[in-house]
Design a protein around this ligand. Structure first.
Ligand SMILES: *Cc1c(COP(=O)(O)O)cnc(C)c1O
Length: 466
């Protein structure tokens, strides 16, 4: 399996290459050169498998000959063994034709664990084969940082340094990062905003000598490995509801477009997915695009669903590439104009094609709280604000006769303030995190200064290099 950049000017790579590279050198995103397609019989044969086995079989299509299948099986078994539910990603029925797929049973209680637990282990194998080490750097406004730290803590061949805006992440989120005391983990609280943190990470990657010296790598949602590792839960849900002999729809609370892109990929591989509902909060650029081909950037406004407080959905470029018939020059041109003008000029025919599958629905904070309350009253299901947006969007855009699965992306205990506002009490943390508030924290503070941050990254790497 080979991968090409959506902008066509970066080297073609294999799976290991795109895993370590993250972003392509031309600024584009890696996508499979050709999509694996499964027949009706192939899909049927995957029914009823344990989650880890299903994941290994589907990932194998993307890993190609980079890793032996037995290694992939061991990686997946190990990655999901620590999840808090034996089904890994269980389906819960909410209404006649509406289901939730709980993706929050991993160690940090968000769906980011579903892919990152696999990625951490894949990095180990790929780096061992190359006898190499990398330093993973990233910025987080919440869920990504803790999931990445949990996935890479204690790994042999990677150090991980995560920047977060000092005082701007919730206490649960901060403690989930800073109480992981492995020697290859460093947390840095930057005196600045999330955007400042992200700019610092970009500046480190742009500093070519530094990037080479420390072998920087990234596991943010543009990393192809994350998209690939999210495909199995769409397959698991669809197969459980009768696919490939029955059509299904999904509703996905969306920020960077990574999660829902995996659903698109599952459909591209042959699953009968007839509708993808994109849920957004007041930061509704995707809903505006799907309603009226208006992909124009406005300011980011805070909401009850902070992991979706995003204006530019970076993974959208992968869909754009497909909508433009995989023309890299046209994709690069649209992206350049988007950056220059703040509005993405998607050709009308491409937009119309997108709307035959995708529909968008924005849910404001009041409607989010109302949905949490309604679910709680109806059957006791406790949805976090992100999950509630997916469920509310599914209700707003029903697909008659087709079961719809809303992706539940975070555990309600991660957002106790919103839950308390909606239903009057704070959900307890699952038992394995119950002592989170008593654990020792370790992190450094730093000014928003590139030299200072680079020195911290270098110190972390040197500490473990010996
Ligand atoms: C990251 C995140 C999202 C958004 O996912 P994307 O892949 O960026 O679209 C939604 N909900 C939660 C809880 C998240 O952590």
């Amino acid at each position: 399996m080979r991968y090409v950049s959506t902008r066509g000017q970066a080297p073609v790579r294999d799976f290991s290459g795109v895993l370590l590279a993250g972003l392509a050198e031309d600024g584009g995103l890696y996508v499979p050169e050709t999509w694996p397609a499964l027949t009706h019989a192939d899909w049927r044969a995957l029914r009823g498998l344990p989650y880890a086995e299903l994941a290994a079989r589907l990932l194998a299509l993307f890993v190609g000959d980079c890793l032996p299948f037995a290694t992939l099986q061991a990686v997946c078994r190990d990655a999901y063994a620590g999840f808090g539910h034996p089904a890994v990603a269980p389906l819960v029925q909410l209404d006649h034709d509406l289901f939730a797929c709980e993706l929050f049973h991993g160690p940090t209680l968000s769906f980011k664990d579903m892919a990152l637990q696999v990625l951490g282990r894949l990095f180990d194998h790929v780096l061992a084969e190359r006898d190499a080490r990398v330093a993973i750097v990233g910025a987080t406004s919440g869920d990504t940082g803790s999931a990445a730290i949990e996935a890479f803590a204690g790994r042999d061949r990677a150090d991980i340094v995560i920047l977060h805006p000092d005082g701007c992440v919730s206490e649960v989120q901060r403690r989930q990062m800073t109480t992981v005391l492995a020697p290859n983990v460093a947390n840095v609280a930057v005196a600045g905003s999330f955007d400042d943190c992200q700019d610092l990470v970009k500046a480190m990657f742009a500093d070519a000598p530094f990037r080479r010296e420390l072998s920087l790598s990234a596991v943010n949602s543009i990393n192809w490995g994350r998209i690939a590792a999210q495909i199995p839960y769409y397959a698991a849900a669809a197969l459980a509801l009768g696919a490939p002999d029955r059509e299904v729809a999904f509703a996905v609370p969306t920020g960077n477009f990574g999660n829902v892109l995996s659903a698109w990929a599952a459909r591209r591989m042959g699953l009968p997915i007839v509708r993808l509902v994109v849920g957004s909060n007041r930061n509704d650029i995707l809903s505006r695009f799907l309603a009226s081909n208006d992909m124009s950037i406005r300011g980011v406004e805070p909401s009850l669903s902070p992991s979706m407080d995003i204006q530019v959905s970076s993974n959208f470029e992968r869909l754009l590439f497909e909508l433009l018939d995989r023309d890299p020059a046209a994709t690069a041109d649209v992206m350049a104009r988007f950056r220059a003008e703040g509005r993405m000029p998607v050709p009308q025919a491409a937009w119309r094609r997108a709307t035959t599958l995708f529909a968008g629905h924005a849910v404001d904070d009041a409607a989010t709280l109302a949905e949490i309350r309604r679910l709680h009253a109806a059957g006791g299901f406790l949805a976090d604000p992100h999950s509630a947006i997916g469920i509310a969007a599914a209700r707003a855009l029903p697909c008659p006769g087709v079961p719809t699965v809303a992706m539940a992306t975070a555990h309600p205990a991660k957002f106790p303030d919103a839950i308390e506002r909606a239903v009057g009490n704070r959900p307890p943390l699952p038992s394995r995190l119950a002592d989170l508030y008593d654990r020792v924290e370790e992190y450094q503070r730093a000014p928003k200064d590139l030299m200072a941050i680079e020195a911290l990254v270098r110190a972390t790497v040197l500490r473990n290099a010996a």
